[in-house]
Design a protein around this ligand. Structure first.
Ligand code: FES
Length: 255
């Protein structure tokens, strides 16, 4: 019969079934919990990514601020001091102040901001201006080019593609050129010294292309489907004469 010491050695050499199984169970449970945790985290990341993408594509909302779209003021919140009286305009994107999301997921959200003498504004335009600052869609209503030109003397916006001109003092009405309708206006107000969106666009944004008996709103020069994604994502269609990545609209004439 083994003595007490050899009994103790036997117990040490042959651990109980509970001792041998529990670590495996714990290990399996830990792995499962980890996998579930990873899966949940991935779902959260996907959800957050999707919500952020939606916010970036959403049209300007009341209460949004503006940030510069290009150049030195890219990402900087715009105040009246950033806009010289009489132009040139600044190209900007709306910013959701709650989530700090810049709505740059669609080029249809690009906006021309320009500060003009309030007395020079037509009555309907003064009603949606903030101390002479007016905002309009920066996408031409003809075939969707970026409206980047500025005629200093007349204070007109100029589209470089087919030279449509728009008067920002009077609802961005078409002064000349093939554009079929004004640029959509975006009502403004000043909040805490920041230029702020006061309401939705006054009308359709971008060009309208016929497709059979239907019409399609687009921000591109042609109605080809394969170019629409690029237009929505903010990548610029190749427009002759349109400079890339500049911050202010280019002067079309200094005369
Ligand atoms: S005039 Fe602007 S796209 Fe033609």
């Amino acid at each position: 019969m083994p003595g007490p010491e050899s009994q103790l050695e036997t117990r040490r050499a042959a651990p109980s079934s509970t001792e041998s199984v529990t670590p495996r169970l714990l290990s399996r449970r830990t792995v499962l919990q980890s996998l579930l945790g990873v899966g949940f985290s991935l779902q959260c990341v996907e959800l957050i990514t999707s919500v952020t993408a939606d916010l970036r594509r959403t049209r300007p909302q009341g209460g949004d601020y503006f940030v510069g779209a290009f150049g030195d003021q890219q990402g900087q919140v715009i105040t009246p001091h950033d806009l010289p009286l009489g132009g040139p305009p600044l190209i900007a994107y709306p910013l959701d102040p709650h989530t700090q999301t810049v709505r740059d997921g669609s080029r249809l959200n690009r906006v021309l901001l320009v500060r003009l003498a309030p007395a020079a504004l037509a009555e309907q335009t003064r009603a949606v201006a903030a101390e002479g600052i007016v905002a309009y869609s920066a996408v031409c209503t003809h075939t969707g080019c970026d409206v980047t030109g500025w005629q200093h003397q007349s204070q007109y916006f100029v589209c470089p593609c087919h030279t449509s001109t728009f008067d920002p003092k009077d609802r961005a009405r078409v002064v000349s050129g093939p554009a079929p309708r004004p640029l959509a206006a975006l009502p403004l107000r000043l909040v805490d010294g920041k230029v702020t969106v006061a309401g939705p666009f006054s009308g359709r944004v971008g060009a309208q292309q016929p497709r059979g008996d239907r019409h399609e709103e687009t921000g591109e020069r042609s109605g080809h489907r394969d170019r629409r994604a690029a237009a929505e994502s903010g990548s610029r269609p190749e427009h002759p004469g349109v400079p890339s990545g500049h911050q202010r609209a280019a002067p079309a004439s200094r005369a």
